[in-house]
Design a protein around this ligand. Sequence first.
Ligand code: M6R
Length: 361
Amino acid sequence: EKAGYKHFMAKEIAEQPVVLGDAIRHYVQGGAINLPESLDFTSVDRLTLVACGTANYACMVAKYWFETLAGLPCDVDIASEFRYREPPMSPTSIAIFVSQSGETADTLAALRYVRDKVAQVVSVVNVPTSSIARESDVALPILAGIEVGVASTKAFTCQLTVLALLALKAAADRGRIDAGQLAAHLADLALLPGLLNQALARSDEIAVLAERLAEAQDVLFLGRGAMFPLAMEGALKLKEISYIHAEGYASGELKHGPIALIDRMVPVVVMAPHDRLFDKTVSNMQEVMARHGQVLLMTDARGAEEAGMGTWRTLVMPTVPDLFAPILYAVPAQLLAYHTAVAKGTDVDQPRNLAKSVTVE
Ligand code: M6R
């Protein structure tokens, strides 16, 4: 079943170009977004996105998309906090629950909490027959196929793809983008399977870096804007399967505390495509290097040319439209965690203390 791969996680990472292509073909047809007609963002005043773990990081990326593309205020919360805080909900808002399994106890309880308090309950799930899918007004499958590895990989990029399409639909419904702009974004999205393949081709190079990372006690991940949740996702992947302590931080927060950790023993992974915030991230990176932190810069060719000097290593990713960079940069983050775990000899697919589906709180 592993189709020649050593681990399910490796297989699932490698499947991403194909499953992402499937999701895009399902949700984009004839040049238009194919989502249920009942899903309409025109008169919605607010969105709430709730999930756990990796799915929560997908929600955090989506917040950047919904706010910048559609101008919709967006709250994101982890389900275990949301459900007990009993937050007031706007009756004209939509609540979106993201879950690979569709059975996560806290996410399901959060869904039940909002049930009669919002205009519509939407779920983004991998298992269409799951409890979360069944109890929502609109259930959108991410079409990733069965995910066996405890560390979520292809489900994450497929969740992001569906959320990106929801954000584009919201932007179109609300008149924030015209038909031409929508078509341009959809054309960009269609580039992703090919770009993901190019990122996967970096696997051997990443395996070499991972040999070094496997010796670290602590690793920091930094990112800005929509790359901030990616930094947290990269850290979560690494700690889950390699048991190395890792933290994801917004680059701008570095000087508010975590910079105290930096010395030559702490690798710092900087996830920074050459976007409008690149210079700011680079100046944070230089603060790390000035304190002898070992920087692994993940960027594109332009970023590498401008800022690749003096890093420990620079990993050059293909150039990707800014909006969809989080989908592409998930791949090197996953590969880095995977190869580090393999170098350490841990149980990649079934890490200690973790379950694939967390059905108890
Ligand atoms: O099935 P769900 O998407 O609701 O699961 C949520 C989290 O338990 C899950 O993403 C977890 O964080 C993964 N092990 C991350 O790799």
